[in-house]
Design a protein around this ligand. Structure first.
Ligand code: ADP
Length: 440
């Protein structure tokens, strides 16, 4: 098979001929084959990113040759170079590189401007990608209102919108917590295995090495070795996420930690934040601030449902949230159903070590979690889900482990949902548990 990318003895020298001349790549020859998952691995500063940018054509070669689809890059016309940037390669960066003044949808459709795609088709493609990665409700939000993991998924959607052949990912999970990192890494795995795209991952983290078909090891600007992985596989939870011991990780204990971490937030604010964060899809950052304030008041019983509606519907310039009447009505309905669930949950909040006694609570939480789930679960899956909820209530399982349990295939002892549903359901469980938190 012919390589789609090949470098021959390339050398990259920064500041050539000056006092601060630096050889960042020295005599590097690599080959990349179609549909491969490759990792460029090595310590910080060894030249991995330089190689990536050289392949992209953004970094000039000092010596050597770069071939893309068999053609010497030195002979590319301007049109061919542009075409490479916009259609052959997709790229994802460590710091997401989103445009923070544009909403999620516009961030994703932007690359298609350069290939003159039809506006509607472009939007439809972006929506399909957002739905696939479980963030379609965030389409109209500004990136800053999304979590880091969600922002990286937006960046992945953007990188895929032109349907590139090769996806380059430069330390894509370097800024993420371990659970978000796991989701992003599994997304890249799917893009390689299901979409059959070539993936090149740059990382200094050895825990991701099992993903790759082949690994190029770099050190001090040189290629040290190439290792073929006999049995590549996606990893699940990192080993340090194993529970310490039963009971140490109760949801309420976690919330207390969160309250401490967000020590600028009071407990009522934290609760309001948790529900708002969960329910809001289409709000601007300014509206969200107002909404959180109203949410705090309704949770504290200081606003009736009608007053809450009036505040939502009031124009922004008059101090309201500025929602259209229909949106405000829908939102009040949504929040009142969640509050009803929360209230019922709080009444039953007597967590017992005996699973029999928790049965009602677990049953209620299971129904709440599955309210919007469109698939059907087999009896065995429901049993596992209920056991997971019970463990979560007892603190025998962390939120991250609960999500892993939902995601793991049924044959391997998990509930067997896909990773995005798993993430969504565990978020749903956490928001309801958050409401039970009181200051002691
Ligand atoms: P890695 O991705 O492995 O961390 P890089 O390719 O980013 O490494 O950098 C390799 C080396 O080249 C580093 O020592 C870095 O400081 C240096 N370097 C990177 N970019 C430049 C530049 N534009 N000018 C001078 N030196 C650079």
């Amino acid at each position: 098979m012919e390589p789609i990318i090949k470098t021959e003895n390339i050398k990259v020298i920064y500041n050539k001929g000056q006092d601060n001349q630096y050889i960042a790549l020295n005599d590097i020859s690599i080959e990349v084959f179609p549909e491969e998952y490759l990792i460029f691995f090595g310590p910080s500063g060894c030249g991995k990113s330089t190689l990536l940018y050289t392949i992209l054509g953004l970094q000039k070669l000092s010596e050597g040759k770069l071939y893309i689809k068999g053609k010497d890059s030195a002979s590319f016309s301007e049109a061919e170079k542009r075409n490479m940037d916009s259609q052959f390669f997709g790229i994802v960066f460590q710091n997401f590189n989103l445009i923070y003044s544009l909403n999620v949808l516009d961030n994703i459709t932007l690359p298609q401007v350069f290939i003159e795609a039809d506006q509607e088709a472009r939007k439809a493609k972006a929506h399909t990608l957002l739905a696939r990665f479980g963030i379609e409700t965030r389409a109209k939000n500004l990136p800053a209102s999304l979590s880091g993991g969600q922002q990286q998924r937006v960046a992945i959607c953007r990188s895929l919108v032109n349907d590139p052949v090769v996806l380059l990912a430069d330390e894509p999970v370097g800024n993420l917590d371990s659970e978000s990192a796991r989701i992003v890494m599994e997304t890249l795995w799917d893009i390689n295995k299901k979409d059959k795209k070539t993936v090149i991952l740059v990382t200094h983290d050895p825990s991701y090495l099992p993903f790759a078909d082949r690994i190029y090891y770099f050190k001090d600007a040189k290629l040290e070795k190439v290792v073929k992985n006999a049995n590549p596989q996606p990893m699940h939870a990192k080993p340090n996420e194993t529970p310490q011991s039963q009971g140490q990780d109760t949801p309420l204990g976690e919330l207390e930690k969160m309250a401490r971490a967000h020590n600028f937030m009071t407990v009522p604010q934290l609760k309001a934040w948790s529900v708002t964060n969960y329910l809001t899809d289409e709000f601007t950052v300014n509206q969200l601030e107002r909404l959180e304030k109203c949410m705090e008041e309704i949770l504290a019983g200081e606003l009736s449902e009608h007053q809450f509606f009036e505040r939502l519907n009031m124009p922004y310039s008059d101090g309201g949230v500025g929602l259209y009447r229909g949106t405000a009505i829908r939102f009040v309905r949504k929040i009142s159903s969640v509050l009803k669930e929360v209230k019922e949950f709080l009444q039953h909040l007597k967590i017992s070590k005996d699973p029999e006694k928790n049965a009602k609570l677990v049953d209620m939480l299971r129904k709440f979690l599955l309210e919007e789930y469109r698939g059907t679960l087999k009896e065995g899956q429901i049993e596992l889900l209920e056991k997971g909820i019970n463990d979560r209530l007892l603190g025998a399982m962390s939120a991250a482990q609960f999500s892993v349990l939902l995601d793991k295939p049924f044959a391997e002892g998990g509930v067997g949902l896909n990773s995005l549903t798993a993430e969504h359901l565990s978020e749903r469980l956490e928001i309801i548990l958050a409401q039970a938190y009181e200051v002691s």
